[in-house]
Design a protein around this ligand. Sequence first.
Ligand SMILES: Cc1ncc(COP(=O)(O)O)c(C=O)c1O
Length: 397
Amino acid sequence: MTDWPELEKKYYMRTFEHIRLPVTLVRGEGARVWDDQGKEYLDFFAGLAVNSLGNCHPVVIEAVTEQVRTLIQTSNQFHTVPQLQLAELLVENSCLDRVFFCNSGGEATEGAVKLARRYGHIHLKGAYEVITTSDSFHGRTLAMTAASGQLKLQEPYTPLPSGFVNVKYNDINEIKAATTEKTCAVMLEPVQAEGGVNVPDDNYLRKVRRWCDEEGILLILDEVQTGIGRLGALFGYELYGVEPDILALAKGLGGGVAVGAFLAKERASVFQPGDHGSTFGGNPLACAAAAAVIRFILDRDIVGHVREVGQYLVEGLAGLQRKHPSITQIRGRGLLIAIQFDRDIAQALLLACLEKGLLTNRVRPNALRLIPPLIIGRENVDRAIAILDEALSGIIS
Ligand SMILES: Cc1ncc(COP(=O)(O)O)c(C=O)c1O
């Protein structure tokens, strides 16, 4: 049998060495995946919050198969049906008016910031600065590395593009103090995902929205991870009673197929012909997959299911917390949940769960993240909690 990790050592850049697990996945179905040894895992990772309908969902397979036989790529010099159908679906089911498609989360946030800068040039006397927050994560392009509030990501790449001011998350006064005549936008995640699953105060986003309105600047919400049902609403902003001017999406949008998007209100849709572009962005294959995902989520009330099963998961984890005092907090919304511990055991616990057939994610040295597919059922939640219980007992005995 081929030793795939050995091939990685020889051929692949070393970027994933610190996170790569000793598992080679070869197949997936629903909430289960299998490795090359035939071992089965319960998937509470979902391709990093991507496989919204689970692995290889029949509607995604059908949409992709049909499209791959019909038309895969054309370039944006031509109209294509899946692109415009997806555009209509997203606009008609959100508070935004226009969309631009790209291929990843980092491209979506980068495009959102370009649009805000364009708005600044046109309407705010050339204002270009974007205020972002500590512990945020907006992607890996150079500009989004500068935008993300995590020094460890920035240090290897200095000097970084300018135009970002980073302030403390969940504190409106910090945003107010950082706003100047150079500011064109504030960019936030409704719940910070990569930064540790940090849920802000209920009225934080409303205060930020009000401030942006008072100052005439734009609010960009980065819903690359929280969007498309993950929090128990189609878009996270619905939970906080605000509407963004610009919204970035990716991850769950394609149900496993790479696709990103940013949307904007009409007044913020200021791109002129030639201002932005993409070769692959909006291609028929990715758009057909995403349209199938959105239709399924809407038709089957998957968002209602996420609320219900997310609550069930949190209750189960609360039971686990009563049994294991090393758990200090359960936090998150919908199916974006973190378990916080009083010590740095997340990696050991992740490995113990892996051994017992459960995929999870270490979001901090002392916090584990659970991001199952949105279609996860109660019986799989019970199984995951039983494995976590056993794994935790083995580590802290
Ligand atoms: C909130 C948020 N924004 C942007 C990104 C970047 O997305 P991608 O890795 O698809 O470029 C991520 C990825 O984790 C994310 O969670």
